[in-house]
Design a protein around this ligand. Sequence first.
Ligand code: SF4
Ligand code: SF4
Length: 231
Amino acid sequence: MREAEAYRARVEAKARDQGIDLVGIADLTGERPAVHHLPPDLVAVFDRAVCLAVRVSPTVLATVRDGPNHLYYHHYRQLNFLLDRAALAVAREIEALGYRALAVAASQIIDWTHQLGHVSHKDVARLGGLGWRGRNNLLVTPAYGAQVRLVTVLTDLPLEPASPLGQDCGACRRCLAVCPAGAIHEQPTAFDHQACFAKLKEFGKTRGIGQYICGLCVAACPGRATSGREF
Ligand code: SF4
Ligand code: SF4
């Protein structure tokens, strides 16, 4: 086995040990996702990114009927903890091999004005072959639809990368009808971020949940694992 494939197998094994469902490896030597508020000289050495995805429980999502609830919020937080621990374990594995690795938090806003984290996990996941940008502005995977949460490890470990899938939502329109903000449109690029964020703030106040979450367009997008539907 070539070195890059062997490294990839080692990273995947470590991630799956940690409860991760999907692993993508993005090649950052061509298209690079924007990285915010990290030292540029450090970021420049990272020519790979590992994207880890964990499935959101379809049972928990079945409780999301007209917006977020406390049970969904609890589950969301637990998945973020799982992702952060998995990213830490993968980063430590890579550093033990003598390379650099930076685990980016699963859910951490660095710039509230522009709603940015250090890196877009969705962009990394798309580059790493895990899925595509859906009409709901989320990463949509063939197996689990938008019912995944993501985390990223930036690295210079020479991993065998994947390629973007080259798929899209096709004829599906399920999420358009469920969005209470009217934020989802035919084209993913037409997604109305402001309308969505206003609704999340409203939910945050009215539902007593101290986090900007919703869950409705996630619940509407199950992928083939639950729906049997091909895109
Ligand atoms: S529900 Fe359908 S249209 Fe909406 S993001 Fe998922 S696959 Fe795309
Ligand atoms: S998170 Fe809620 S408000 Fe935002 S696009 Fe999805 S369904 Fe609409």
